[in-house]
Design a protein. Structure first.
Length: 269
């Protein structure tokens, strides 16, 4: 077995990463570490989901998962969740993805890797710059292969740096074919109070096997906000359509001058 690497190897943050890894490695030695990590993320995600919107199906999954561990091991899972909260607290960034890679759980054969935070941040800064000239109440993001949610978290970080509250200034639609990745994404977006829907399914096949809404989605009444935004956009499209019709009608104003035809067109902005 490869020796786990510690992200951010020095300072308090590095010590917290090491504490997480040491605590994790002390759980259920008879189980594969990938399975333990998956069970930890599953129980964390279900706890966050059912605290706001109770699902009997998910509760049954939580209880079935918990039965595989001792009381002490379940206590260690609770400790890991507290550590995750502390690691996420400074800025929105993908912590679980980094820990997943640090624990050498990535699958080289299937290309299962999570994007490093510095790349996610750079791409988020570029995307936010492209949005800077558009006046909107909020920005809608779409991540068709969301992984651990690093891109969305980085965008939330950029909004915070610009003085905005991600809970009000953004909404994300995230999807991934891998359920573990979706639950990692859901857990981290939920802990950072980011409104989003996170979907398990193949984006290319338009498949949706499971759908999870973050607590911030429910608490921020985003169903209502999204419906209102959809209606406003529909009205804007109707105005644009009418403007195009006026533009075409303007082409009928044709005047002859020295045998040549000149077309006068009225541009609508």
């Amino acid at each position: 077995m490869k020796k786990p690497r510690t992200p951010h190897g020095s300072g308090d943050e590095g010590a917290q990463y090491k504490s997480f890894i040491d605590t994790f490695n002390g759980i259920a030695h008879h189980r594969h570490r990938y399975e333990v990590f998956k069970d930890f993320v599953t129980m964390a995600a279900i706890s966050l989901h059912n605290a706001v919107r109770k699902s009997v199906h998910l509760e049954d999954e939580y209880l079935a998962t918990a039965k595989r561990y001792t009381r002490e091991e379940l206590g260690a899972f609770s400790t890991l969740l507290g550590m995750l909260v502390n690691l996420l607290e400074p800025v929105p960034q993908d912590i679980l993805g980094e820990l997943f890679m640090a624990l050498n759980l990535g699958n080289e054969r299937t290309g299962q890797f999570f994007t490093p935070n510095y790349i996610s941040l750079l791409m988020a800064q570029i995307n936010l710059a492209a949005q800077s000239n558009e006046e909107k109440d909020f920005v809608k993001l779409c991540e068709p292969a969301c992984g651990a949610g690093g891109m969305v978290l980085a965008f939330a970080r950029c909004l915070i740096d610009s003085g905005k509250n991600p809970a009000q200034a953004m909404w994300a639609r995230c999807q991934d074919i891998d359920r573990l990745a979706v639950l990692i994404c859901y857990t981290q977006l939920s802990l950072w109070n980011i409104p989003a829907v996170v979907i398990v399914g193949d984006t290319l096949a338009n498949e949706e096997r499971e759908v999870f809404y973050t607590p911030a989605h429910y608490l921020g009444f985003w169903d209502v906000r999204l419906i209102r935004d959809s209606r406003l956009r529909a009205a804007e499209l109707e105005v644009e359509h009418e403007a195009i019709e006026l533009l075409v009608d303007g082409a009928d104003d044709v005047h002859s001058d020295n045998g040549s035809a000149q077309v006068q067109m009225r541009w609508i902005f």
